[in-house]
Design a protein around this ligand. Structure first.
Ligand code: FES
Length: 570
């Protein structure tokens, strides 16, 4: 073995002060698992397995990982799977977002600390793919992202249902008294019925699309349903490709670059993707030293049309995108806007990939799902960043899933000072609120103690919901599920808990929203604000220890991707 560049099991030896002894001991212990010397001489391919009993989206991973191993063996490698933190979106308290950085650290450290020449990252549920990409970018070992794939929608009483836009629609009807308790129980059993990630263009599907757009997942693999045989073939191909990567110089730092991040931003806008994805993409970019400027997002948004008709922006499901031509169909429409020389883990540039697909004949595209560039679903991109006296460092609105009649509006603030306050009062019969008011939630940002939960989708007060109100302007420093919809201003920065202007809003203040001007302003005189600022006290944070303390001490604001300050590339 080349002592200068150890490979396979010879990488990163455990330190006993004698390298020869360390390798001998490692090989001896590896042989205890029944491997032959020939197998142990192969390139080792780590498989980062994020399955858990608390993660419904990943329940098919045993079969998927078997297919990865098949590909690794076939290409002459030795597959070695290892567990990492698993983040099942709805099973974590206070929110999975708090633990994304923990999983990213786990992934980075285990990829670096264990002997592997390349790694296949197997993830899918919302925070798992960003965490794996963040970790892989920092570890910078050759890596392929394998996605869980979306779950299939279910036909229920003649209607297609899929988590989780339909979850919210039925819950809103239940709150409005249009679906009774028995009805909602029946729906509950029919929203998520297969393995895989949420069925719509929520955060998981968006991050899958971005992983492919970044070039970290193999071409054509983002939208394959979790239960389709093609998903297993994608797994086999990912394992095979990981072995091939060990013979190339392609590492995440060559794939995740300013150019590929620009491509991912275009795709995010064209698919009407999740607001969460801008936070995650910012964090991934930060790991390779690339800054995503929200003003740049607005420039791109103005020139990137929404091309796919998927919930929550449109009507179809993620599995429909696969059968309509996959992400490749979207990328080919966007081709004039993309950086075609961006490298991918497949060993070809994005441009070479698209040319290959074009030369393979006219690929099938279902235009009901993927629109031509000239006939988009919307002329402008799905997300816009807002700035103004209420959000000096920015806020995000998903305009493609919002009510345009509310885009240019001034309203009276109805303020909730915390999530507990919201829960206690939102449905109170005597709540002073009308449909023209703006609901404002404070202290739900990254450092709030709630870890920026997906609470920005404030419920319509019950009395208004019963009267037929379906949307209102809602403003907070929280996030929103990618499967949700509404005129909802999110990620207001600086957040209220660190004394941002959001903390100074009082009931009855006037707030102005202008999507056209990209503005969100608090219409209160500066001397009054100065008075309130002087009286402001940070809310008491619960005592933190362990990881919670690390999180509270180091988490950054939304415009920095909520990464930890010490994890970003200088
Ligand atoms: Fe896993 Fe929605 S709960 S993707």
């Amino acid at each position: 073995m080349d002592k200068e560049k150890p490979k396979g099991l010879g990488r990163g030896l455990t330190n006993y002060g004698d390298a020869g002894f360390s390798l001998y001991l490692r090989r001896s212990f590896a042989k205890s698992m029944g491997y032959s010397g020939e197998m142990l001489a192969r390139p080792t391919i780590g498989i980062a397995d994020s399955r858990s009993g608390y993660n419904n989206c990943h329940r098919h991973f045993p079969e998927l990982i078997e297919a990865v191993k098949r590909g690794v063996f076939a290409a002459g490698g030795l597959p070695l799977e290892f567990p990492t933190v698993s983040l099942g979106e709805v099973f974590l308290s206070p929110t999975s977002m708090m633990f994304r950085n923990l999983m990213a650290m786990d992934t980075e450290e285990m990829v670096r600390a264990q002997p592997m020449d390349a790694v296949v990252l197997v993830g899918g549920c919302d925070k798992t793919v960003p965490a794996q990409l963040m970790g892989a970018a920092s570890a910078d070992r050759p890596a392929v992202q394998l996605l869980a794939g979306p779950m299939m929608p279910t036909t229920f009483r003649g209607e297609r249902l899929g988590a989780c836009t339909d979850c919210r629609r039925f819950w809103a009807m239940h709150r409005a008294g249009k679906v009774d308790a028995r009805g909602i129980e029946e729906v509950e059993g029919n929203l998520a019925t297969t393995a895989g990630t949420c069925a719509v263009m929520g955060t998981a599907s968006t991050m899958a699309a971005l992983a492919e757009a970044l070039g970290m997942a193999l071409p054509g693999t983002a939208a394959i349903p979790a239960v389709h045989a093609d998903r297993l073939r994608a797994a086999e191909a990912s394992g095979r490709r990981a072995v091939e990567l060990t013979h190339t110089p392609i590492r995440p730092s060559q794939v995740i670059t300013e150019k590929s991040i620009g491509n991912a931003l275009r795709v995010l806008l064209a698919i009407g993707g999740s607001t969460n994805a801008i936070v995650h993409l910012t964090a991934i970019a930060g790991r390779v030293g690339v800054k995503i400027d929200l003003k740049r997002l607005n420039d791109l948004s103005d020139s990137t049309p929404v091309l796919i008709d998927l919930k929550p922006t449109g009507q179809h499901y993620m599995s429909d995108l696969h059968f309509a031509g996959g992400l490749g169909a979207v990328l080919r429409e966007l081709k004039p806007l993309l950086n075609l020389d961006a490298m991918t883990v497949a060993g070809e540039t994005l441009g070479e990939r698209l040319e290959r697909e074009e030369h393979a004949g006219a690929p099938w595209v279902d235009r009901a799902v993927v629109r031509p560039f000239a006939e988009p679903l919307a002329k402008e991109g799905g997300l816009v960043a807002l700035f103004g006296s209420l959000a000096p460092n920015g806020a995000i609105l998903k305009r493609s899933a919002a009510d345009p009649t509310l885009f240019e509006k001034e309203g009276r603030a109805v303020v909730f000072t915390s999530l507990d306050d919201l829960a206690a009062r939102i449905d109170a019969p005597d709540l002073d609120v009308t449909a023209d008011d703006f609901l404002v939630l404070q202290n739900a940002g990254p450092k709030s103690g709630y870890a920026m939960p997906e609470a920005g989708y404030l419920p319509i007060p019950a009395k208004l919901a019963r009267a037929g109100v379906k949307d209102m302007v809602r403003i907070s420093d929280a996030r929103m599920s990618g499967t949700a919809y509404g005129t909802i201003v999110l990620h207001v920065s600086p957040e209220a808990s660190v004394g941002g202007p959001l903390a100074l809003v009082r009931d009855g203040d006037r707030v102005r929203l202008s999507v056209k001007n990209r503005c969100i302003d608090l219409l209160v005189a500066e001397d009054e604000l100065a008075h309130r600022r002087a009286a402001w006290r940070a809310p008491a944070a619960p005592p933190a220890r362990g990881y919670a303390k690390l999180y509270m001490d180091h988490v950054l604001q939304a415009e920095h991707g909520c990464d930890f300050d010490f994890l970003r590339k200088a």
